[in-house]
Write a protein of this length. Structure first.
Length: 164
């Protein structure tokens, strides 16, 4: 049996209802063989859990945090406020405003507390993981080769002419 991968990416979400979106981030990390951990952390309902997670992540070996949240979406920003690790924010699509509220809450960070903000929804979750892979590949030649091959496969999958 293969031992579990050591987590180097943290995938955080505001509630269980965010998992259908954030599992897309996990799927990309699985594809690249990158270890991760998942946590439900509400910026508003579990502030002590948030502070503890963010302040201990680096010491536990986490190198990047991917945080998905909807509505007020303060989770990515509050994680970033409590760690020096890169935080990649994924706006979760909401019923009322289709995720625009989430996007604006995540992208509009004050100077000094950056959050790399991705697109709303599943595509944003996938791209957050791909960005995490690219960041990790800066210091991992094998992972860089995997990413190059992955991108080459995407390119090769695009038809040159439309089907008629």
């Amino acid at each position: 049996m293969t031992p579990p991968l050591v987590p180097v990416v943290g995938i955080c979400m505001g509630s269980q209802s965010d998992w259908p979106c954030m599992q897309n981030a996990a799927a990309i990390l699985d594809e690249f063989g990158i270890g991760y951990e998942t946590r439900i952390i509400s910026a508003h309902r579990t502030p002590d859990r948030l502070k503890d997670y963010a302040s201990t992540a680096r010491a536990r070996g986490i190198k990047i945090i991917i945080a998905g949240a909807g509505g007020a979406a303060h989770l990515p920003g509050m994680l970033a406020a409590n760690t020096i690790l890169p935080v990649l924010g994924v706006p979760i699509e909401t019923q009322a405003l289709k995720g625009m509220d989430s996007l604006l809450s995540i992208v509009q960070m004050p100077k000094g507390i950056p959050v790399g903000t991705l697109a709303i929804g599943e595509g944003g979750a996938q791209n957050a993981s791909l960005l995490a892979v690219a960041i990790l590949a800066l210091s991992d030649a094998e992972l860089a080769e995997k990413l190059n091959a992955w991108r080459a496969n995407i390119t090769a999958s695009i038809a040159t002419e439309p089907q008629k």
